[in-house]
Design a protein around this ligand. Structure first.
Ligand code: HEC
Length: 178
């Protein structure tokens, strides 16, 4: 067997669950992963006005970083190549590309000592200014994106499209409790 196909088998062997169906022992880490994603989305919202627009001020009021949890944003069509998905997330990120966000569910992964979470991100009206088809962007935005992100693949999206995911990796051990 080639090492490539062995890798596929190993990745496929990671147990995956819908958030409502996760085994009880994974729930505390899933909760921390969800809290960490919420904090990161609120932070993006505050900084760039481009986080999850569904996160209203009330939901963000008590959002704070969670110890022992890594968080990032990713997509099958990246603007910044440094946002590529972690290995465990790759398959789902690629498989769901091109769908409407409403047709894509969050997914939880049992990663051994950690729990992984993928949470879908939808294209809203105000994302279009920077993620719609190239010729519909303002000339200034187009010029900025061209120079800052020469490998930009995150154009051509429409309202309701799946843009990508928040991902989180939460240690099963509660680092905050330590
Ligand atoms: C003002 C322009 C602008 C707007 C508006 C905008 N984005 Fe972005 N987006 C960017 C830039 C620039 C990056 C690259 C950030 C980086 O370097 O990590 C990016 C990156 C992302 C990424 C990370 C994956 C990647 O391709 O690198 C996601 C996911 C994303 N945007 C979703 C959204 C969503 C959802 C909205 C609307 C709620 C939105 N963006 C609105 C400019 C924008």
């Amino acid at each position: 067997m080639k090492s490539g196909s062995l890798l596929v088998l190993l990745v496929a062997a990671v147990p995956q669950y819908a958030p409502v169906a996760v085994p009880a022992e994974l729930r505390p880490a899933l909760q921390r992963a969800e809290d960490a994603v919420r904090a990161a989305a609120c932070e993006a919202e505050r900084k760039f006005g481009e986080g999850d627009p569904d996160l209203n001020a009330a939901r963000c009021a008590d959002a704070k970083k969670v110890a022992g949890v890594e968080v990032g944003r990713t997509s099958a069509r990246l603007r910044n190549p440094r946002n590529s998905p972690p290995a465990w997330a790759r398959e789902y990120v690629l498989a769901t590309d091109g769908r409407k966000a409403a047709a894509v569910a969050p997914l939880v992964f049992d990663l051994g000592d950690r729990v992984g979470l993928l949470s879908p991100i939808e294209i809203r009206q105000r994302c279009l200014g920077c993620h719609a088809a190239q010729d519909s962007l303002s000339p200034a935005t187009r010029a900025w994106l061209r120079s800052a992100y020469p490998k930009d693949r995150a154009l051509g999206y429409a309202l309701g499209d799946l843009r990508g995911f928040w991902w989180a990796e939460a240690s099963k051990k509660d680092r905050q409790a330590e």
